[in-house]
Design a protein around this ligand. Structure first.
Ligand SMILES: [Zn+2]
Length: 473
């Protein structure tokens, strides 16, 4: 980064001496930049795709955007999203990512919950070939390592030989640009402490974060969180606990957050993410619905809807639910079972960031894929005033970018010019449980790399996003 900063210092000097115009200047806006502790009306100068100046001086641009009455903030960084899959012919159809862009997200961290591309290089190449709506940083998916090692039984531990293959593959992927590792312990119950520690240790050595969809939810959530925190304690790796609302939002949130605070006080480097909804979403075939699952979720099958096939939008009986589970394990369900107060408790906690965690299949799924970020602003900042805009933006950009070591998420000279410009009172999430794919609205500009991607809720250029590679400093 030193070279970049030197280079941009030189540009700044040249601009001042020669009085040349910047590529782009955003003027009259309220700059909300928690990463630099700035909340003030300033001009933002952009050149060569990067931030060059943030100043009260009247700098000029070849193009100037009047942002009067609007907030100017770093583009949102989604710490937990599921990337769009490669199609059979190796393309990527931007179902999730176009919806992330229209929420003001300019970068997301994919490969989550242990689920991600088998070959990250091929995925990144496909991503870059045409360009996608937002930037993508991938974690290595634990499930893909298991598959590579031929460990097919999700209920069984891996052999020493298989674990060796997985460790080597993980090292290679981290060296090639992966931002860390994600576990879906919930989905691979056969994973033991030995496998968890061995792979977490590799990330500790190579850098990056270790994210986990922890082993269990509801009454078992505290023990599941403790298991993952113990891996941080023993290895020193940086941890990210995924979508805590759907793990502990049933009355266990206070206990789980206390465990996290205690671990952090002991030196465990842990952060958490959450989406601002009271319903979770998962495939009907997943282990979530093994055994006597209803006892965990309030003993009320009417709270669980199937979002695909002939039962779309309908409430099944338990018998029908079990039959569909056998016949169509690929259908998505939405379970309206989390307690609103618990979601608030999570999102207001200083270690909890915003992550959308969206999945949409055949237009079915959960509205968080298209609405999580605007909904967070609408509900927590403008309507209920539980957070200031500054605090919300910090959870939506800087804290996540900083966690991943991305040169994003704040408006510093040399940092990428990914920006959002909006009136907080006009931001709205349109996606609902019956129409989960509806785009969010209310942004004046969404800018990636100094170029305008969205203006007045119209996508001008949906191909500005690139696959990012982790740099080792
Ligand atoms: Zn998950």
């Amino acid at each position: 980064m030193v070279d970049y900063l030197f280079f941009y210092d030189m540009i700044v000097m040249a601009r001042e001496v020669g009085n040349i115009l910047y590529d782009l200047v955003l003027k009259n806006g309220l700059v909300v930049d928690p990463g630099n502790r700035i909340l003030s009306e300033l001009r933002v100068g952009v050149d060569g795709g990067r931030i060059v100046r943030v100043t009260a001086e009247p700098i000029k641009g070849r193009r100037e955007l009047d942002c009067g009455g609007l907030a100017v903030a770093p583009g949102f960084v989604d710490i937990h999203a599921h990337e769009d899959k490669l199609t059979a012919d190796g393309d990527i159809e931007p179902v999730i990512t176009q919806r992330l862009l229209r929420q003001g997200v300019t970068t997301f961290i994919g490969g989550q919950c242990g689920i991600g591309p088998e070959d990250e290089d091929i995925y990144r190449q496909a991503y870059d070939q045409t360009g996608q709506p937002v930037n993508c940083a991938l974690l290595t998916a634990h499930g893909s390592l298991r598959e590579l090692a031929g460990a097919e039984d999700k209920y069984a531990p891996v052999s020493d030989g298989q674990l060796g293959i997985m460790e080597r593959a993980l090292r290679a992927r981290l060296a090639a640009g992966s931002y860390g590792l994600s576990f879906g312990i919930r989905y691979i119950p056969g994973m033991d402490q030995r496998e968890l520690l061995a792979l977490t240790r590799v990330v500790r050595l190579y850098g990056g974060i270790v994210a986990a969809h922890i082993r269990d939810d509801c009454a078992a959530a505290p023990a599941a969180a403790a298991e993952f925190l113990e891996a941080g304690r023993q290895t020193g790796a940086r941890l990210q606990i995924s979508h805590i609302g759907s793990m502990a939002g049933f009355g266990q949130m206070g206990r789980v957050l206390a465990l996290i605070d205690d671990a952090a006080a002991e030196g465990v480097d842990v952060m958490v993410d959450c989406y601002p909804y009271n319903a979770f979403c998962t495939y009907i075939g997943e282990t979530t619905y093994d055994g006597d699952f209803l006892a965990n979720y309030g003993n009320d099958i009417t709270k669980i809807e199937i979002t695909d096939g002939e039962y779309r939008g309908r409430i099944p009986s338990l018998e029908v639910f079990q039959r569909i589970r056998r016949e169509h394990p690929e259908y998505l369900t939405v379970a309206h079972v989390m307690l609103p107060g618990e979601i608030d408790m999570a999102l207001l906690h200083p270690r909890v960031l915003l992550g959308s965690d969206g999945i949409l299949v055949n237009g079915a799924g959960h509205p968080r894929a298209a609405g999580a970020f605007p909904r967070f602003i609408r509900q927590y900042v403008t309507e209920r005033r539980l957070l200031s805009l500054y605090q919300a933006i910090e959870k939506m950009s800087w804290l996540a970018a900083n966690r991943l070591g991305l040169p994003k998420g704040r408006l510093s000279p040399g940092w990428d010019a990914d920006l959002v410009v909006f009136d907080p009172a006009r931001i709205r999430d349109n996606a609902t449980y019956s129409e989960p794919g509806l785009l969010s609205a209310g942004f004046k500009y969404i800018i990636l790399g100094g170029k305008i991607a969205v203006e007045d809720d119209v996508t001008i250029d949906g191909r500005l996003g690139r696959a990012l590679l982790r740099q080792r400093y």
